[in-house]
Design a protein around this ligand. Structure first.
Ligand code: HEM
Length: 492
């Protein structure tokens, strides 16, 4: 006999079945299908048999392409390493290549309405405020004072203690992340890390940042966005992990805001105090700002420094030439308190830094979303609502831009008669270019230069990489899988 319970069960099963079927249809509709060789290699990951990293495979395809542009149809993505296209999307037709809804949907859970994730008026307001806080030479000299103090109080003592240990080995990537985190907290928020350690050990924040960066980048690599959206809806799998990581990062950002309020912000010159004077009552907005600057200040600088020392260790002649230049500029032996004028005189050091960022840009590729159908200068058609990616990592490896020796580490390529000569910004978009060029560029270069000057003068740093190829983790900024072990010894 059919009871009411039976009927309810049948109805419930039908409803669940129907819902699952509708979701499947939606998923299939959203998913793009393509069987071209690039999409097949992407979907099956067969590229990994020949290349160590996704960006190396991209670089290979872009070099082979007559226009320097390729399509990954299953991602709805156009990737370009053609400088004329890069100039077109970042400058000429800037308004047609915003971050767009696509970008904010991918990264919104972490970045919210922070500067990296918005367009229009909100972006303009944040950019204006941030340029005031980061742009002027006087602010940058003040920031350099903070960097010098972090170097002499924390970084050099840490490396000395490593050098005194029996094995003398340390993970450079980890050391530079800690250093860059402390420095950005001081410069952008006016806070010392010791005020922040009370709520949670720093290692937990670091792990949360790394997890969020990895999981968000994976979202961007998914061919069907519905999958991660469903996982987020039901809070399962990778999205559950992401939610937990973001909760921890939010706690850190809220702690930073609380501390700033407690210490007072009305007369502060740091970035956070400036924003608080205008929008003190909007904690969510302040939190978004803090997170954007933590991400920029910690991960990109640490990535740049790590690959710098990796390349230096493989090129001892360059290290010797740097030491000669440093000794010629800093005559009193106080390399850890190098000033702005002295840094400006070091053309060779600047060239080495540019060369290492050319080969290992911290942001390997970066995407915009096309608003209206468009045609790039190389003739590539881009349809609206699709992604267009410029690729600094591949661009650093293009013969068409750098010549046949493009894969060699040659700092001299940046010098004319011993004077540093910059490249066209659209050939080298390591800091992006055009209207949204990185606001921390000069600060980051000065910070990195100050670190390399003091470390190279006092220590030999030998990276213990062996013959193994470099493997990058999936992430928003370049992270070397497993870290970078190095032996540190004092120079006599
Ligand atoms: C080696 C270090 C760095 C590199 C390679 C780098 C690179 C970049 C890149 C590629 C972008 C464009 C990102 C996008 O639009 O999606 C960017 C934007 C930005 N960067 Fe940096 N960055 C570095 C350090 C810093 C530092 C230390 C700060 C702050 C203190 C900073 C602040 C910013 C800001 C605020 C933007 C957003 C600009 C806008 O959208 O108008 N960056 N950076």
């Amino acid at each position: 006999m059919v009871t009411a319970d039976h009927l309810a069960l049948v109805f419930f099963s039908f409803a669940v079945g129907f819902a699952l079927f509708s979701m499947l249809l939606l998923l299939l509709r959203k998913r793009r299908w393509c069987t071209c060789h690039v999409c097949r290699a992407y979907l099956s990951s067969s590229w990994a048999a020949e290349f160590d990293n996704l960006c190396d495979w991209h670089a290979h395809l872009l070099r082979e392409s007559p226009t320097g542009t390729i399509h990954v149809h299953v991602l709805g993505s156009t990737i370009t390493a053609n400088p004329t296209n890069v100039e077109y999307m970042l400058k000429t037709r800037f308004d047609n290549f915003p971050k767009g809804k696509g970008f904010s949907a991918l990264l919104g859970d972490l970045l919210g309405d922070g500067i990296f994730n918005v367009d229009g008026d909100s972006w303009r307001f944040q950019r204006k405020m941030a340029s005031l806080a980061l742009g002027s030479i006087s602010v940058r000299s003040y920031a350099l004072g903070i960097v010098s103090s972090e170097i002499s109080r924390k970084l050099l003592p840490l490396l000395s203690s490593v050098a005194d240990r029996r094995d003398g080995v340390v993970d450079l990537q980890d050391v530079f992340r800690r250093f860059a985190f402390d420095t950005i907290c001081k410069i952008s928020f006016g806070l010392d890390r010791s005020c922040l350690e009370r709520s949670m050990p720093m290692s937990e924040f670091a792990a949360a940042f790394d997890a969020a960066s990895k999981l968000l980048a994976r979202r961007g690599m998914a061919t069907a966005s519905m999958l991660w959206k469903l996982k987020r809806l039901f809070n399962v799998g990778s999205e559950r992990k992401l939610r937990r990581a973001i909760r921890k990062i939010n706690m850190l950002a809220e702690d930073i805001i609380r501390q700033r309020r407690r210490l007072g912000f009305t007369s502060g010159h740091d970035l956070l105090s400036r924003f608080m004077c205008l929008v003190d009552d909007d904690d969510k907005f302040l939190r978004d700002i803090v997170i954007s600057f933590l991400l920029a200040g910690r991960d990109a600088v640490a990535s740049g420094l790590t690959s710098f020392f990796l390349l230096l260790s493989q090129n001892p002649y360059t290290a010797a030439a740097m030491r000669d230049e440093i000794a010629g500029v800093i005559k009193d032996g106080n390399e850890d308190t190098v000033n702005y004028e002295q840094l400006k005189e070091m053309h060779y050091v600047h060239a080495v830094l540019y060369e290492s960022l050319r080969l290992f840009p911290p942001v390997q590729f970066d995407s915009k979303f096309c608003l209206e159908d468009d045609v790039l200068p190389d003739g590539t058609f881009v349809s609206k609502n699709t992604r267009v990616t410029y690729h600094p990592y591949a661009m650093g490896r293009m013969e068409s831009i750098w010549g046949p020796d493009c894969r060699e580490f040659k700092p001299e390529r940046w010098l004319r008669g011993g004077v540093f000569t910059p490249a066209n910004l659209f050939n080298y978009p390591v800091f992006q270019a055009g209207q949204r060029v990185c606001l921390g560029k000069e600060l980051a270069l000065e910070e990195m230069k100050a670190v390399v000057v003091s470390v190279v003068s006092k220590f030999d740093v030998e990276v213990l990489q062996g013959a193994q190829p470099l493997k990058f983790d999936v992430g928003l900024t370049a992270t070397i899988n497993g870290g970078v072990s190095a032996r540190v010894s004092r120079r006599s």
